[in-house]
Structures are given as C-alpha cells and as structure tokens.
Design a protein around this ligand. Sequence first.
Ligand SMILES: [Zn+2]
Length: 92
Amino acid sequence: MSAAHTHSCKATSCQKQIPLDLLMCMTHWRMVPAPLAREVKRTWQIRDRGEARTLAYQAAVTAAIAAVEAKQNRKIAERKQTELGLFSDLGL
Ligand SMILES: [Zn+2]
C-alpha cells in the first residue's frame, strides 16, 4: 500500500492508514450505527453533484465520527468504573 493512496482513519485519534475510498478502518466503521453508516454511503455516492449534497456528506461524516467517539468514551468510562470498583474492594 502506497502512502499516496491512503489516508488515516477519520475516527478520533486513530492513525490507521486506509484506502482513500474508505472513511474509517474496519474497527471504527463497525462502531458507526447502521443508519448513520447508510447515510454516509448514500451522501458519498451523490457528493459530487452540488454543494448542498457535499454538506449533507460532511454532516453525515461528522455525525458518524461523533457516534464512534461517544462509544469510545463510554467504554473508557466503563473501564474507569471497573477500576474504581477494584479500588473500593481494596478499601482505598
Ligand atoms: Zn480507526
């Protein structure tokens, strides 16, 4: 894979290099809720036909990135909760 034909995954703080026609690496793309994923694909297909549709694509992408980030934050919060649980078991 040549660098000229890849870009990094759009998910927050993911550095994975992926082909230009993909928005995110598979790990993150799977975290996008199905209706949003469909919207990204739909607006991607029509994005070259006028500015309003380009905006629709950007909005869909922004929403997809936000959804993935929210999911990741929730995971981090759950992990913290578990750690706190462990500490309280130790009486700290
Ligand atoms: Zn990624």
